[in-house]
Design a protein around this ligand. Structure first.
Ligand SMILES: [Zn+2]
Length: 272
């Protein structure tokens, strides 16, 4: 088969333009609040889990102002962080997806942290993601989700310490996420943080908003909040480039045995 280099590269150029154009067009947001353990907050509302077959990697970037002050909340103490990440895993286990949070990067950048307009335009998400890559705090892996923890999420005004809100690309990696300072300190708050973060990850995996009671991808978590995923959403998420197959232990073992056998064969070949 002959490959025509010019045609091939024009095709790649067009494909690249389409990919670059997509994130600027579609955003998905989410906001939820809970003020205390005794409020009407429900525990996570989930369907059955599936065996874990794929992994989605998230690179958190904790943003401060340029002078190092006004640092955005992430997931609280290491203990609280473990609980919140556990709840995010519980939600995505419905799709057989493990969510892997990498060790957070930090970034001092006032524009990324709070923006200049109230409310922040949704287009600030593009600027934050682009500038974060230039500053070297975003992941260099195209399949990793860069999640910027900021004091004011793109698309929002400043919010209370009992609120979590995020804005995400739909079908492309990139999130600006606000976590109110109080939320990581109690279970219902940890669940609200996990629910919003899992919702934003859903957008990146290609899920739009849906009107379906107790579904994770409802706009604003209404009419009836919950974290369920339906079969069609699970298929979409698993087909996303951001969700990467985890090799089964048996196939890893086969690959190792195969590589070893090939090494032995090479070794036994007579040399000239
Ligand atoms: Zn949304």
């Amino acid at each position: 088969m002959t490959v025509h280099p010019i045609r091939f590269s024009s095709f790649k150029l067009i494909a690249a333009c389409l990919l670059l154009a997509a994130p600027t067009l579609v955003f998905g947001d989410m906001i939820r609040s809970v003020s205390s353990e005794n409020s009407s907050a429900l525990p996570l509302t989930l369907n059955a889990t599936m065996p874990i077959t794929e992994v989605v990697t998230v690179q958190p970037i904790i943003v401060s102002n340029t002078d190092g002050t006004n640092t955005a909340e992430f997931f609280g103490t290491p203990t609280q962080q473990g609980l919140i990440e556990g709840f995010v895993d519980d939600i995505w286990a419905q799709a057989g997806i493990d969510i892997l949070f990498l060790s957070p990067n930090t970034w001092n950048d006032t524009f990324a942290n709070v923006g200049t307009l109230d409310p922040r335009p949704t287009s600030d998400l593009n600027t934050v993601v682009t500038n974060g890559d230039l500053a070297g705090v975003g992941s260099t892996d195209a399949n990793t989700i860069d999640m910027y923890f900021v004091e004011v999420a793109a698309g929002f005004s400043p919010l209370s310490d009992n609120t979590a809100a995020g804005l995400a690309f739909v079908g492309a990696p990139g999130v600006t996420q606000f976590v109110g300072d109080n939320l990581p300190t109690f279970t219902a708050g940890q669940e609200v943080v996990a629910s919003v973060v899992a919702h934003e990850i859903g957008h990146n995996l290609g899920l739009p908003h849906i009107v379906e009671v107790e579904n994770l991808m409802q706009a604003g978590g209404s009419p009836n909040p919950g974290e369920r995923l339906n079969a069609s959403q699970i298929t979409t998420a698993l087909n996303s480039n951001l969700s990467v197959l985890i090799p089964e232990p048996s196939s890893v073992a086969l690959m190792v045995i195969g590589a070893f056998a090939m090494m032995l064969l090479r070794f036994r070949q007579p040399r000239a």
